[in-house]
Design a protein around this ligand. Structure first.
Ligand SMILES: O=c1ccn([C@@H]2O[C@H](COP(=O)(O)OP(=O)(O)O[C@H]3O[C@H](CO)[C@@H](O)[C@H](O)[C@H]3O)[C@@H](O)[C@H]2O)c(=O)[nH]1
Length: 480
């Protein structure tokens, strides 16, 4: 081919998110960052999530940003291990579609970046002769714990005494220790030979064998675990911490982009902002448990009582669509509505959002002082970047690790509640709510410092900005 007719293709990537909000939102933010640094990206998406890609698709030409739309697998009917069944169905349906699409491309991807739930994509990538990079929407600390457990399989020696039995992971920095009940649900249930749980374990082990890992995190809050990942798992130059991933500066951080991140607000975002505008600095407690966690009836009642008796100003984002959170709470007891009396008795100082809240917009408002959170990692990063004090109420998955990091290692949070089999005491919870908006607590000073650290990390020349440059360079080198 003559030089005159040669076409230049930028390095092309296939990005494959897991389809729930906590996983999809940050990977789309990463996609924007990769495109802005000159890569071309195809995002695999199912029709129900295509609308979440529209802002990206409308901002970039198809030569740099495209969607590979594949059918969503049938909903899984078995309530047991629903998540793992879904992952297996994704492998079954999406692998052939990816293979066909790859063969038809003039400029096929140089690598796949896929969510850590999609460990099986390592084998697909090997079939295609390209590297697979893990995307972790969870912290390096939490992922180190997960890797260590599934690799070494420590057993519960005293299954009758879950309360007392603790697992210490002495190969990890600071040798963290966890009561058995705090470990990931699937891990606690694991028995060798169970094909469903073995599939999950194989996925985790495939992550360990992948070419590299990208964390939505930043070095300043968990450097020992990034170092661990580099030294003990992926090797030098194969660990990139590029967070906190937030709505892209490409939008000028516009209010619309922030307000509509991950979904449309159930209440017009401008109404939420005017409500906040009328409140004093750091006086409002924001309560939200992410995109999937739902409270039981008793937990909802206790929280309602605490919010009422505390007298604090608050925004409470309530999920009433129970039954899909993977919590140990019985399905018939989950997804409770707020008590009937609640909104009347708290009128004038509380706003209840039933459904989807414009979370990042709320957190970044000067009136918000603290955040009652289940410690989903995106919420944690959004809280850190906004400089709010966090009140931790972990409910499963990686959330106990995140709470440990926030309270014990970073000193930016206060424990609000912790046990799934116990209901918080409303009086104690009310006291914690009141304390959290006190301007003089040490956690508020820490929140300010960590906000600075987060902003510096993703600003030009900060640690996350440099890691994103390094990731792009590594991907570009794959092409040449
Ligand atoms: O009303 C809402 C609810 C959520 N969000 C956003 O949705 C995301 C929720 O993510 P996260 O806080 O991490 O919670 P989950 O949805 O519970 O996320 C799952 O995925 C995370 C990343 O792996 C894990 O850390 C969690 O434990 C797991 O439950 C965040 O960006 C929120 O800003 C909104 O904007 N409005």
């Amino acid at each position: 081919m003559s030089l005159a007719t040669a076409t230049f293709y930028p390095p092309h990537l296939l990005v494959y998110p897991f389809s729930s909000s906590g996983h999809l939102i940050p990977l789309l933010d990463l996609t924007e960052g990769l495109i802005s640094r000159g890569l071309s990206v195809t995002v695999l998406v199912t029709p129900p999530n295509l609308h979440l890609l529209q802002p990206l698709l409308s901002r970039h030409p198809t030569t740099t940003m495209d969607a590979l739309v594949v059918p969503a697998p049938e909903p899984v009917s078995s309530p047991k291990h629903r998540l793992i069944h879904r992952l297996r169905a994704m492998r079954e349906h999406h692998s052939p579609a990816i293979l066909r699409w790859f063969a038809s491309r003039r400029n096929p991807p140089v690598a796949i970046i896929s969510d850590f739930f999609l460990g099986w994509t390592l084998h697909l990538a090997r079939q295609l002769g390209i590297p697979r990079i893990v995307f972790s929407p969870s912290a390096a600390f939490a992922l180190s714990v997960d890797f260590s457990l599934w690799r070494d399989l420590p057993k519960n020696e005293h299954p009758q005494q879950d309360d007392e039995y603790a697992v210490t992971l002495s190969d990890l920095p600071n040798s963290p220790s966890y009561p058995w009940w705090q470990l990931w649900y699937f891990y606690r249930l694991f028995v060798g030979g169970d094909p469903v749980l073995e599939f999950h374990r194989e996925g985790v082990l495939a992550n360990l064998d992948s070419w590299g890992v990208v964390f939505n995190s930043f070095a300043e809050i968990e450097r020992p675990y990034m170092d661990y990942m580099e030294k003990r798992v992926f090797g030098k130059g194969r660990v990139w911490a590029v967070g906190p991933l937030l709505p892209a500066p490409a939008d000028g951080g516009s209010t619309t982009a922030v307000a509509e991140r991950g979904g449309s607000s159930s209440i017009p975002a401008e109404d939420v902002v005017s409500w906040l505008d009328a409140r004093g600095d750091h006086s409002v407690v924001y309560v939200c448990f992410g995109s999937r966690m739902v409270l039981s009836r008793k937990e909802t009642a206790a929280l309602a009582e605490a919010l009422e008796t505390s007298g604090v100003h608050f925004i409470w984002c309530v999920r009433e669509d129970g039954g899909n959170s993977g919590r140990a709470v019985a399905e018939e007891d989950s997804g409770a509505a707020v008590p009937e009396w609640f909104e009347d008795r708290t009128a004038g100082r509380g706003l209840v959002i039933k459904g989807w809240a414009p979370q990042v917009l709320v957190l970044q408002h000067r009136a918000v002082g603290s955040f009652v959170t289940h410690c989903g990692w995106n919420s944690v990063l959004e809280g850190l970047a906004a400089g709010v004090v966090m009140l931790t109420w972990p409910m499963g998955a990686d959330q106990y690790s995140d709470a440990k990091l926030l309270v014990d290692q970073l000193g930016v949070a206060i424990r609000a509640h912790e046990r799934e089999d116990r209901v918080p005491n409303p009086t104690e919870l009310a006291q914690i709510l009141v304390r959290s908006v006190d301007g003089s607590i040490p956690e508020r000073a820490r929140a300010r410092e960590l906000r600075e650290a987060a902003v510096t990390a993703f600003s030009r020349g900060g640690s996350s900005d440099k890691d994103l440059d390094a990731l792009v360079e590594a991907l570009t080198n794959l092409k040449s």
